[in-house]
Design a protein around this ligand. Structure first.
Ligand code: GLN
Length: 295
């Protein structure tokens, strides 16, 4: 079932695009994106927690479609520090995931509301019933599958290495013994810490950041030797500092992004249906090319 999106993403590696404006979502950017769910000011706005109408996940499988329709809005949780998938543009949260989520919400006939929290808090927030789904450039992993249901994948990605332009680090094995920055709780984090023993390198020290951009800043200032981050995000970071940092060609992993829903959610099938129609209509291509750097 992932194949169809896989095929799409391969055929259009740099592709997706769409002109739909990404962000009329009633986003809540007021809170600091790095904030944890527990302290996230957005909870007091309207999304996340206390409000009875949205904190409706009595069962662990989340709200039903009928409940969401009756409420008139669907709540996406993300970490808007991940350009081009979700990031802030003034007061709006925009990006590939946001446009796709917006298209899904439109299809369901409800508003999209965005809760912006730390990446590592997204799954706990979903499990706590504070959101209906996660769209956060989240890679499918076996570990995460224990806690969430993933939709079909809509994007292929990999971990990439960012280093100073004059660095002597030229490949992943050059990271051995080095200090490497990662985003907390991500696949880049587990790759570098080698949690599951799947990577063949031995990083000296892994430094965790809430925002990929802060790690990039520390690469630039020489505080750390490299950053390991998703390839398309790496491209954006390099694009902003081309004279200071570069992305190595080597891809460290093969990953598939998907949206995540509470385990057992009846929405997953509906999301897959809508994703498929967005793919067939070319809308996914449109969305991607709107945000991806031309190569
Ligand atoms: N794709 C990576 C993961 O799933 C990073 C996601 C992110 O930082 N938003 O862990």
């Amino acid at each position: 079932m992932k194949k169809r999106f896989l095929a799409l993403a391969l055929a259009a590696m740099t592709a997706f695009s769409m002109a739909a404006c990404g962000s009329s979502a009633s986003s809540e950017t007021s809170s600091d994106a790095a904030a944890d769910t527990s302290t996230d000011a957005s909870a007091s706005t309207d999304t996340a927690s206390s409000d009875t109408s949205t904190d409706a996940s009595a069962s662990s499988s989340g709200r039903t479609l009928d409940e969401i329709k009756a409420d008139g809005k669907i709540i996406m949780v993300t970490n808007a520090e991940f350009e081009p998938f979700e990031y802030k543009d003034g007061d709006d949260i925009v990006g590939i995931d946001v446009d796709i989520a917006k298209a899904i919400a439109d299809e369901l006939g409800v508003e999209l509301e965005i809760s912006d929290i730390a990446f590592a808090s997204c799954i706990p927030a979903l499990q706590a019933g504070k959101a209906d789904f996660i769209a956060a450039g989240m890679s499918i992993t076996e570990e995460r599958k224990k806690n969430v249901d993933f939709t079909d994948n809509y994007f292929n990605a990999s971990q990439a290495i960012i280093v100073p332009v004059d660095s002597d680090i030229a490949s992943r094995t050059d990271l051995n013994g080095k200090t490497v920055g990662v985003q907390t709780g991500t696949t880049g984090d587990s790759y570098c810490t080698n949690e599951d023993g799947s990577s063949d390198i031995s990083v000296g020290e892994v430094k965790r950041y809430e925002k990929a951009v802060d790690a990039a800043q520390d690469v630039i200032s020489g505080r750390i030797d490299a950053e390991v981050i998703d390839n398309f995000v790496a491209d954006k970071l390099v694009e902003k500092n081309p004279d200071k940092i570069k992305k190595l060609d080597e891809a460290l992993t093969e990953e598939q992004y998907a949206m995540a829903l509470p385990k057992g959610s009846e929405l997953t099938a509906k999301f897959n249906e809508i994703l498929k129609s967005l793919q067939d209509s070319g809308k996914l291509d449109e969305i991607e090319s709107k945000y991806l750097s031309a190569e």
